[in-house]
Design a protein around this ligand. Structure first.
Ligand SMILES: Cc1cc2nc3c(=O)[nH]c(=O)nc-3n(C[C@H](O)[C@H](O)[C@H](O)COP(=O)(O)OP(=O)(O)OC[C@H]3O[C@@H](n4cnc5c(N)ncnc54)[C@H](O)[C@@H]3O)c2cc1C
Length: 467
């Protein structure tokens, strides 16, 4: 039987909805809590904040703004009682748990009783001719410019992608004053209607989506459903995009295309979980495709195979901000109770909320499907790995030579070896490998230190730390 302890230390990585809720729950359960995040201010992807000197962003969605302010208010109430380290990157995690964090100047090695990973996910694009031109952004990048820097990333925009994010990003761009000329949704929105109970579970968010759709229609945005980006062109800057109707399987109908002049093309075709730290600590992952890439495996309380390592929120696979907040609360309580040797609080309300919003997320799932033909959008000379400049032709050679694992393809072509650690291309490399006859559950690339780039000087331990 576990003995009760008076003190325990929990480190949470990530100050988005999941990490903020986990930190709060662990504190209220009686633990010392450290929360680290590489961003300058708390909020994560959805509640991202501009530096206070810049003032407030213009939000197109009043309800989301209310949620954001409520969340940040709850967090500010615990801020004086936890150790919150902004602009601090967790770059390595080893069994123990032993967590290495860096403020950009030095690295500190932490040995808490438990680490809760709430690192969220990053977006993915599907390579096609022109996708690397300046002025082509992923939706998260465009949102970050608007939310963190209060900068409108372009004046004449087209947004293309899967899931609800293209609509959300287009609505935010329009609110920021951009002329949004078209939104090209890969799947018709009616796909969600196949699950009426799931839609009912998320009726509030669905209503927000419908309002965004109507706002865009009112300002004259072409709302195209079942369309794909075919080609972007420009010189020093993207100048136009050609969209094509597709056959439902991602094959373009070259007889039904539309061209738009623009200075901003925003893309969003699914997500990859930031699971490197968990995998580095020995946690296995599964391939989820566009709804999370290779999220690490955890149970419903966030426990993983690695002792003292827990997962909360989107880093375990895309489930949205509501699920992340509820799950943070559950995982924070469970991890704190285990560290203190006490029974965990039941968290009934948080579990009910999580179940309800998971139901809605399942209804949204068909909007994210990517058929294999999308990996044929890239021409032979299209760059797939932009850090290392690896083209589709180079990847095809490696695949034809029999390399079908991500590690094998990386060794052979350098795809995934660059600055971004493969976050920008490995989903596409996996898609190409699968299309070429690779395994359906293609394994993640081996996670090695460092999960995030840090300056060489910052790898020196802080005074008093281990050499
Ligand atoms: C690009 C993008 C755009 C989105 N836009 C919307 C939207 O408009 N509306 C909507 O409803 N949902 C949106 N979502 C989904 C929503 O943001 C998420 O469901 C929700 O934020 C998940 O919360 P989380 O706490 O799990 O992760 P996040 O909110 O993503 O927070 C993760 C945090 O971890 C930090 N972090 C990651 N790795 C490290 C590390 N190694 N060291 C230190 N810190 C680290 C990050 O800085 C971040 O603050 C978006 C998601 C993405 C990826």
């Amino acid at each position: 039987m576990t003995r009760e302890r008076a003190h325990a230390w929990i480190v949470v990585v990530g100050a988005g909805p999941a990490g903020m809720a986990a930190a709060r729950a662990a504190l209220l359960a009686g633990c010392r809590v450290t929360l680290v995040d590489e961003a300058p201010r708390p909020g994560g992807q959805i509640y991202r904040q501009a530096p206070s000197a810049l003032g407030q962003e213009t939000s197109s969605n009043a309800r989301e703004e209310v949620r954001k302010q409520q969340f940040l208010q709850d967090f500010s109430e615990i801020l004086g009682r936890i150790e919150y380290r902004a602009e601090t990157t967790a770059h390595s995690l080893f069994p123990g748990p032993e967590l290495h964090v860096s403020d950009g100047k030095a690295t500190e090695i932490l040995h808490p009783d438990a680490v809760i990973l709430a690192t969220g996910l990053c977006e993915q694009a599907i390579p096609f001719p022109g996708w690397t031109l300046p002025g082509v952004l992923l939706a998260g990048g465009a949102q970050a410019m608007m939310k963190s820097n209060l900068v409108r990333p372009g004046d004449r925009a087209v947004v293309a992608g899967t899931g609800p994010l293209p609509l959300v990003a287009a609505d935010q761009l329009a609110a920021a004053g951009a002329e949004v000329r078209a939104v090209a949704l890969f799947h018709p929105l009616s796909r969600v209607a196949g699950d009426p109970l799931g839609c009912w579970a998320g009726r509030g968010l669905l209503a927000e989506g419908i309002r965004a759709y109507r706002r865009l229609r009112r300002v004259g945005t072409a709302l195209l459903q079942g369309w794909m980006p075919f080609r972007a062109e420009g010189g020093e800057q993207v100048e136009n995009v050609t969209l094509a109707r597709h056959d439902g399987q991602g094959r373009p109908d070259k007889g039904r295309t539309r061209q738009f002049d623009l200075d901003l093309l925003v893309l969003s075709f699914g997500f990859t979980a930031n699971s490197e730290l968990a995998r580095m600590a020995g946690v296995t992952s599964r391939f989820l495709g566009p709804r999370g890439g290779w999220p690490a495996r955890g149970d419903e309380d966030g426990r993983t195979e690695a002792a003292g390592v827990y997962l909360a929120g989107d880093c375990a696979g895309l489930r949205g901000a509501y699920v992340a907040a509820a799950e943070g609360e559950i995982v924070g309580s469970v991890a704190a109770a285990a560290a203190l040797g006490k029974p965990a609080a039941p968290c009934r309300e948080a579990r009910r909320r999580r179940a309800q919003h998971l139901r809605f997320q399942r209804a949204l799932a068909p909007l994210f499907d990517l058929p294999p033909a999308v990996w044929d959008w890239a021409g032979e000379e299209t760059t797939v790995c932009r850090c290392e400049g690896v083209t589709r032709a180079r990847l095809r050679e490696a695949l034809e030579a029999g390399h079908r694992t991500l590690d094998g393809i990386k060794r052979n072509t350098r795809a995934g070896m660059g600055w971004c650690g493969g976050r920008g291309c490995l989903h596409a490399v996996a898609g190409l490998a699968q299309s070429a006859g690779g395994a359906a559950d293609i394994e993640a690339m081996r996670a090695r230190p460092l999960a995030r780039p840090v300056p060489l000087g910052a790898l020196a331990p802080k005074a008093g730390g281990r050499p």
